[in-house]
Ligand binder design. Structure first.
Ligand code: F0G
Length: 474
């Protein structure tokens, strides 16, 4: 057997609603061809995100019942705090309702206008929260990360040479901290090696710059370290995680991923003064420090999730299931980003739809077609998410990669659901010439991908390359 089977039995089921193509065409039109705007009821297999979409275990559901809803000093908080401390080893634990709230709190305390925050690669909310503070969010991942064919075991690694050059260029005083995102979501769910983190740490020690992890998918990253990095095959994942966190000064966490919870997050760190500043701000915007915008039962679910996620049988299956989908797609000739990441398979839209120019948003067009034909929802990670348009000159910029991420929710879909997904994508590949591009008709000033609206470009226009102006006149 090539792939591990699901290491759980199914105790509760949720029906999946099937839709017709006609209904999906109508829903797409109403949604302005933005899959974030679709009603989830109209989606058959939802691979939009692995965030907040996990199936909780029987133990987590039982935990909800014993959640302590006291405003102050909740028993569930202390359980949660102990779980985070034993995982990360940092002194202070500040609960937040999700990852971006943790970002907002940490950045409010440490990031000032004109500063620069390097990361291997910022996620969209991380970048937006830094830019919101009028600072620069720099991506310094190794250059191979931008080559969808290059197979490196740790393609999420920080380019330490460029990091050093950046610190020298801007001056250490303007770098409040460095982030490392594990795994690198925006770059294909690629892991970062322990060796790379250690070298980064040594460099930052020289400049006295703190190191934080964006740790949403820490367990998947640690599993890759166990599988791929020499010397770790026999080390328990929990110990790998402990060593990894010990190289940092703190972390930001969206527990909606490797916390196996539907909501929740935290900041954990060693510095008492920063913890105090964050806690005071938390009281203003999130809630009292022993619940941080969450119900006591959510803290209980997170505490249990953070332990379950380190189960090696679970992790072997988790990473194996993503690889299973990728293998089926590759056998069908589908161009995908290599190597396979921890939480998602990324379709390479530039190669899938070579007839579409980037200004017609090939990755968005592919995601739309996948939904229209089969009811499968993925997410665009390309020009819509990371492109920009200057409102004065109307000139657009586009990122290197045009990807459609098929994110696999944790413990939700079986391998046969993924077989349906693979068959659908392979079928679409045969008919790719019929897929037309899209034109942007509305965008918000920040995080435009959530609310952007599009119109279908006529197929005939599709092969006409223009000066890169992608937006319809308003
Ligand atoms: N950092 C990374 C690397 C993420 O992937 C996310 C969320 C966040 C921070 C923010 O966390 O959603 O709890 O506020 N990623 C989700 C995704 C939304 O679909 O990849 P949040």
């Amino acid at each position: 057997m090539n792939f591990p089977f699901e290491p759980y039995k199914i105790k509760v089921v949720e029906p999946i609603r099937c839709t017709t193509r006609e209904e999906r065409c109508r829903l797409l039109h109403e949604a302005g061809y933005n899959l974030f705007q679709l009603p989830a009821d109209g989606v058959t297999i939802d691979l939009l995100t692995d965030s907040g979409t996990s199936a909780m275990s029987d133990s987590q559901w039982a935990g909800l019942m014993v959640g302590d809803e006291s405003y102050a000093g909740s028993r569930s908080f202390y359980r949660f705090e102990a779980a985070v401390r034993s995982l990360c080893g940092y002194r202070h634990v500040v609960p937040t309702h999700q990852g971006r709230a943790a970002e907002h709190l940490l950045f409010s305390a440490l990031v000032k206008p004109g500063m620069c925050v390097p990361n291997n690669m910022h996620f969209d909310t991380t970048r937006a929260n830094i830019e919101y503070r009028e600072a620069e969010a720099l991506d310094l991942v190794v250059k191979e990360a931008y080559d969808p064919h290059c197979e490196l075991p740790f393609k999420g690694n920080m380019d330490v040479g460029r990091l050093e050059a950046t610190i020298e260029r801007v001056g250490p005083d303007r770098v409040p901290f460095v982030l490392i995102t594990i795994t690198n979501n925006s770059g294909g769910g690629q892991p970062v090696s322990m060796a790379n983190i250690r070298v980064t740490r040594q460099l930052l020690n020289r400049y006295r710059i703190p190191l934080f992890f964006d740790a949403c998918r820490f367990a998947e990253n640690c599993w890759f370290i166990k599988e791929r990095e020499p010397g770790y095959a026999d080390v328990p994942v929990r110990e790998i995680a402990r060593s990894l966190f010990s190289l940092g000064d703190g972390c930001l966490m969206s527990a909606k991923k490797d916390g196996l919870a539907n909501i929740g997050g935290f900041v954990s760190l060693n510095d008492a003064a920063w913890a105090r500043a964050i806690t005071n701000h938390l009281i203003l915007v999130e809630g009292f420090p022993t619940y941080g915008g969450l119900a006591g039962r959510d803290l209980e679910a997170m505490a249990r999730g953070l332990e379950e996620v380190l189960d090696e049988g679970y992790l072997r299956f988790r990473v194996g299931q993503v690889r299973y989908l990728a293998d089926l797609l590759e056998r069908g000739g589908v161009p995908i980003l290599k190597p396979i990441g921890g939480h998602a398979v990324y379709l390479n839209a530039k190669e899938f739809l070579p007839h579409l120019p980037q200004f017609q948003f090939p990755a968005q067009a592919l995601a739309v077609a996948l939904y229209r034909e089969y009811g499968i929802r993925g997410v665009e990670i390309g020009s819509v998410m990371f492109g920009t348009r200057d409102p004065h000159t109307e000139q657009s910029t586009h990122p290197n990669l045009e990807l459609v991420r098929l994110a696999i929710p944790r413990r939700v879909y079986t391998n046969s659901h993924l077989m349906y997904v693979a068959e659908s994508v392979i079928d679409l590949l045969q008919r790719r010439d019929s897929i037309g591009g899209l034109l942007l008709t509305y965008e918000a000033p920040q995080l435009r991908h959530f609310t952007a609206r599009f119109e279908e470009a006529a197929l005939a226009e599709t092969s006409v390359h223009s000066a890169g102006i992608a937006v319809l006149p308003r």
